[in-house]
Design a protein around this ligand. Structure first.
Ligand code: ADP
Length: 406
């Protein structure tokens, strides 16, 4: 790495269908120089909210007809003389993009070129809601800054190491060959980040650790990470599999789906909406997908809110048990994402009665939120950690690594 690379400023972009989040990192110290979000792209009332780390938040409301306009607006504000953090775009060395689905093509982050774009487009079928806006973000950057290197960081890539017997489903093999139907897993960047942090916090090489990482946000998944490699994860072909989530059902008997299609006369879209948007904690509680509301209501005696909490914790616990089994033990249990980082109630409920697996949490230490903390008792065989995730930093690091070698 040359002197130049030490001065790297990396723009990280997470481009969704109608919103685009960004952060700029100074890789010399990995500090965030600015972050922000463009909301309601292509819709009425679009806006950009820009927060430099030094200085006050700045909001622009204007027409933002597409992703290209959104990126242009971000670049303008980043180099704005009053609110910006760079003098000119020359200071940005590269752009790192979050890409949801890498399919079977990517085992790690890559420099984006024509071939990669082709592969991304071929994977649209696997993530029809997520990959197209990711691609739009990349194409917009390419158009505005054709000379800047761009790197794709995939949600699926960390799980590339799963053995075939873990990712294959028990359906005729030709459907895997024909349509690539298999478990892929998601939240990989987050699982990788927290597992690497766990190894650093415990000052133990990751190769020696068996880790279960619990990413519990609105979307939620667990990963079994042995020697730094994901060997199984709870999300599957799509993010619908696994835990019950904010609005997703998670694992159910697949026969329920055809039963309901017949009874309710649903279309494919209605069925998907039911499973992805109307189920989970929202569907069970009947009041909200947000566990803050659900915990509030449960505290006031709302029975179905309590049921949603009990069910969520129960399913997480079952996955912890099964991942303990497939790794033949456990050294570290990590909680991350909105619920994992903030809810001491949920962490306590999940960890309750797990002494048989060597998991004991200290209820005083567990009373923590949004910071790195060890919450296990001194005698607990398994270390239980809370680690705020940082997918953007992970994307910036991978981008830095790849671009430094150019
Ligand atoms: P995502 O990125 O998947 O949208 P987050 O990781 O931001 O989700 O997590 C959001 C969820 O975290 C909220 O829906 C809420 O259920 C939960 N959450 C956040 N803060 C708290 C809290 N203090 N107590 C309980 N749950 C919380």
């Amino acid at each position: 790495m040359g002197v130049r690379s030490k001065k790297m400023k990396i723009l990280v972009i997470n481009s969704g269908s109608s919103s685009l989040k960004y952060q700029v990192f100074d890789m010399e110290n990995e500090k965030v120089l600015a972050k922000g979000v463009v909301d309601r792209i292509g819709l009425e009332g679009a806006s950009l909210c820009h927060s430099p780390s030094k200085g006050s938040r700045h909001i622009i409301t204007t027409e933002i007809k597409d992703h290209e306009k959104a990126i242009q607006l971000v670049l303008d504000i980043l180099s704005d003389k009053d609110h910006g953090i760079i003098k000119s775009l020359d200071e940005l060395e590269a752009i790192g993009h979050r890409v949801v689905h890498g399919g079977e093509d990517f085992s790690g982050s890559v420099l984006i070129n024509e071939e990669v774009m082709e592969a991304l487009k071929n994977n649209i079928e696997l993530a029809p809601l997520h990959n197209p806006p990711n691609i739009m973000g990349i194409e917009a950057c390419k158009k505005i800054m054709p000379e800047k290197p761009q790197v794709g960081v995939f949600d699926t890539a960390f799980h590339y190491t799963m053995p075939e017997y873990a990712y294959i489903y028990g359906i005729p093999y030709e459907y895997y060959q024909k349509y690539k139907i298999r478990k892929y897993g998601f939240h990989g960047t987050s699982h990788q980040y927290v597992s690497e942090r766990a190894s650093a916090i415990l000052n133990t090489p990751i190769e020696e650790l068996k880790i279960i990482s619990c990413h519990l946000g609105n979307g939620a998944s667990l990963a079994a990470i042995k020697g730094g490699k994901s060997i199984d994860t709870s999300m599957g072909f799509t993010p619908l599999e696994g835990l019950m989530m904010g609005t997703r059902s998670g694992d159910i008997d697949p026969a329920v789906v055809s039963f309901l299609i017949e009874k309710e006369n649903w279309t494919k879209e209605e069925t998907n909406e039911f499973l992805n948007k109307r189920s989970g904690a929202l569907g069970l509680s009947g009041i909200s997908s947000d566990f803050r509301d659900i915990q509030d209501q449960a505290g006031k005696g709302h029975v179905r809110s309590q049921l949603a909490i009990d069910r969520f914790a129960y399913v997480v616990k079952k996955y912890i048990g099964s991942y303990f089994a497939i790794m033949n033990g456990l050294d570290v249990l990590v909680f991350t994402a909105g619920l994992g980082e903030n809810s001491s109630v949920m962490r306590a409920k999940i960890c309750q009665d797990l002494e048989a697996l060597g998991i004991e949490i200290d209820y005083d230490k567990n009373f923590t939120r949004a910071i790195e903390a060890e919450i296990s008792t001194n005698t607990s065989k398994v270390k239980v950690l809370v680690i705020p995730t940082n997918e953007e930093l992970m994307i910036a690091r991978d981008t830095y690594k790849i671009v430094s070698k150019l």
